[in-house]
Design a protein around this ligand. Sequence first.
Ligand SMILES: *Cc1c(COP(=O)(O)O)cnc(C)c1O
Length: 371
Amino acid sequence: MTSHPAWIEVDLDQFRKNLEAIRKRIGSRKLCLPVKANAYGHGLVQMSLAAEWFGVDVLAVSCLQEGIELRRAGIRLPILVLGAIHEEQIGQLLEEELEFSLSSRFKAQLVGKLCREMGKVARVHLEVDTGINRTGMRPETALALFEELQQEKCFWIQGIYSHFATSDEPNDPFAKKQIAAFSEVRKRVDKAGLVWHLANSGGVYYYPESYFDMVRPGLLCYGLTPDGKEDPEIKPCFSLRAKISYFKVVGAGEGISYSRLYVTKEETRVITVPVGYGDGFPRNLSNLAPILHRGSRYQVAGRICMDQCMVDIGQHEGFVGETVTLLGRDGGEEISLWELARLAHTDPREILCRFNNRLPRRYGQERVKLR
Ligand SMILES: *Cc1c(COP(=O)(O)O)cnc(C)c1O
């Protein structure tokens, strides 16, 4: 492990508990874990290896590149590429035996042509758009394409799926409409053995009637509920910590950091923390982000810089080399992803996947000693 003074801790034990809690809800259906965008910042390869070990059935990535990275790491689970495929990627998708989405007849023709040239069979999931208007065919087109591809030996249709536009809260009429539309498509396909899937985290959490044969919850597996409500069984497994890099006493009326957005009222103690927006810590949390030190809560003072930020700890003590927490628990206090997301006016997924690889990730159950 590197000795970089800021790092992410991923609690694989909690991750496993989250998966188990989801298993309890979905019964014998398949569990597909989205690991796109570096597994929501948790680390693509490590989380996929853990998922394989913990009995996840399928991994979902967004693009070819992520799929290849998993194959290179020796992952043998089925890998489904969710995003639209591009013509120049088809050869490699087939070569690496990745499952992928088909959302148009045009792409299907390109795939069919290459399959015949290469002597390969394409493992595909037809994507039906039931209301998000992102990718996916209208039900009629999907049904027609399904019939056509049935006749072709080079297509192995694994599944048919759709994606929610609004499922983060219970009793959403549009979510119910999408479930009904998807069920309607299923009624019209007379073929056994297909894997029908629709539910993301919101679907799994609030709409049992959306489970079908497989579910694809991302956020929930990483321990966050779709709307930020506490859940006794599902908890985050991601913490961000750093070692204090500097300490000083600052007189009254002094500005701290760029643009002097924070001015001290009285003589105070200020610590510097080696995390900044260059690591993915949102700059718009300047003067806002909470920080935990010795089990107490403080706030970032002034602008968050590219590589560091400052914290006014008042008359409290703080030593260089001590650990502070920017996300996660310290003693009785916790900074949650939902709290940071709300402060930054965004979604917790965005906060998570902004954290880049300058921050080493530490996996395991053992807690790093906070003091
Ligand atoms: C990202 C994604 C998911 C997972 O979404 P969450 O809301 O994080 O559970 C599921 N399905 C598709 C198609 C996605 O793009």
